[in-house]
Write a protein that binds this ligand. Structure first.
Ligand code: GLY
Length: 250
């Protein structure tokens, strides 16, 4: 069970963050509304929130997931691979220190939380443009000390591993075809090409948060019996962000 989450509101310069989406400029007012709805959904899932104000030094700062890998046993401060995001982890490190001991990924390792997929007591670590093999091996060693297993997955295209695959709980994954090999195919919902964005969903206790506007994925998820909360993610999608990106849950 998750009991706590850290989130950060988007800043006025949110549109200056990194994006490859070609979906146009995000609307700041709408992004704030969508962020507030996301926070309400987490509260409905039974999570107590720490809400940080925007820090306009970091236009991508609302995507707090990338700054740490957290669970109830250990909190690992990351070292973002994107130059403009390096430093976001410092404030998160101070907040997480209030919840117990932390460890850190150190140079030359780079690692972003969007590349780290947990399925029960196993972690899949994506090697991507943001997470290098050194960062992955540091994380693997830290997780190993705390009783978790891990394995690496190559992310040849796209931003992060979790842009393409999520663990839904109960042994089930949802994935684009490229990552369907990660889990047993019988337990993986394979997404339709026009709905790949919906791979990034987020299990929080008794609910599964899914992005609004992807009817085929929604049906497949409902057929498996999950309680869903649908959230409009349009403005975060424009900045290559998704549901997992907006929180650190532990
Ligand atoms: N805009 C999210 C990222 O590229 O890190």
């Amino acid at each position: 069970m998750y009991t706590k989450a850290i989130v950060r509101r988007p800043g006025r310069n949110f549109a200056n963050g990194i994006t490859t989406s070609n979906l146009g400029q995000p609307d700041f007012g709408k992004a704030l509304e969508q962020h507030a709805a996301y926070c309400e959904a987490l509260i409905m899932c039974g999570v107590e929130l720490t809400i940080l104000d925007a820090d306009e030094r970091y236009p991508d700062g609302c995507f707090v997931e990338d700054t740490a890998v957290v669970n109830s046993r250990v909190k690992v401060i990351s070292r973002p691979g994107a130059d403009t995001r390096r430093g976001e982890e410092e404030a998160i490190s101070r907040v997480l220190a209030g919840f117990g001991p932390t460890e850190s990924i150190i140079a030359p390792g780079t690692l972003e939380g969007g590349d780290i997929l947990r399925a029960e007591n196993h972690y899949f670590i994506g090697i991507s443009e943001r997470t290098n093999t050194e960062g992955a091996s540091q994380l693997s060693a830290i997780l190993g000390k705390h009783g978790f297993t891990s394995s690496v997955v190559r992310v040849e295209a796209g931003l992060h591993l979790k842009s393409d695959i999520a663990y839904l709980g109960n042994g089930n994954f949802i994935s684009t075809p490229v990552f369907s090999h990660v889990a047993h195919p019988a337990n993986t919902i394979i997404l339709d090409p026009e709905e790949y964005y919906s791979a990034n969903c987020l299990r929080v206790n008794d609910y599964l948060l899914i992005a609004k506007g992807f009817p085929k994925s929604k049906k497949k998820i409902l057929d498996l019996g999950y309680n869903i909360i649908e959230l409009d993610m349009s403005e975060f999608r424009k900045m290559d962000g998704g549901l997992t990106c907006l929180s650190l849950l532990f």
